[in-house]
Design a protein around this ligand. Sequence first.
Ligand SMILES: C[S@@+](CC[C@H](N)C(=O)[O-])C[C@H]1O[C@@H](n2cnc3c(N)ncnc32)[C@H](O)[C@@H]1O
Length: 267
Amino acid sequence: MVFSIGAALGKTLSAGPAGKAARRLSDFVDLEGSSLKKMLADLAPQARGQLLDVGCGQKPYEHIFRPYVDAYIGVEFGDTFQRTSSSTIGGKPDFVYDGKTLPFESKSFDTILSIQVLEHTPAPGPLVVEMSRVMKDDGLMILSAPFSFRLHEEPDDFYRYSPHALRHLCGQADLEVIQMEARGGLFSVIGHKLNSYLALNVAHIDVVAQAIGKLGHEQSSDRGVRWWTLPWVGPSMVTIAAGARALDRMLPDPTETLGFALVARRR
Ligand SMILES: C[S@@+](CC[C@H](N)C(=O)[O-])C[C@H]1O[C@@H](n2cnc3c(N)ncnc32)[C@H](O)[C@@H]1O
């Protein structure tokens, strides 16, 4: 019963005009998701032509890249995808494959995009080589991976990435990194961890979050929301997010970040 109320509320919020306000508020407190979207919005104008999103999940960034590309195609590894809530909610991949050989001819795509995927494969090197294979010689690759993020999508959660590891993986795939960007600083890392704890461990709002398209990387949740915690959890999360954003602007620290994103081209 509690689950249905949470899911129904999430669905109502995602549909109606109240949904926009709820979405904006949830983006504000979600320091990880909002920093990722901002970074991709900054990088998107470099994308062009045929874009392949490898490990696309619900394709949450399609609207950001659409204005710059002719086609946006998403591909997923069937085994891991069917374990995430994205497989039951939201957009669907155009192709599902075996996680090893992308089902495309070599040099088919102008832009390769892969967001928060490299931590989910036990063999990230071969995946980057495979993505490089299907990229045209004058193509561009946009990759991002977490540096500090809680365990998620278990048991398919293997690694976290420094910028040096990402450069190394690109080098092995005959790619040259032309841009490397850090997302958030120390205070976003702390703020994100505190807000995740409040949202998931205290308020149990995962079912509402998934219904409005968040936490697609987690397994579908069916536990009840602890509604009585929301009067203090909600304001606490907003205060933490506002403080983290302000402190990161005043005291930036590129050694403690949520993650890194890069743009690479063929060497
Ligand atoms: C954290 S989710 C990210 C989904 C989406 N890119 C996003 O940012 O919302 C990681 C995704 O990587 C996919 N994945 C894992 N291994 C993969 C592989 N070898 N090839 C393609 N996708 C893979 C999983 O199925 C999952 O949907």
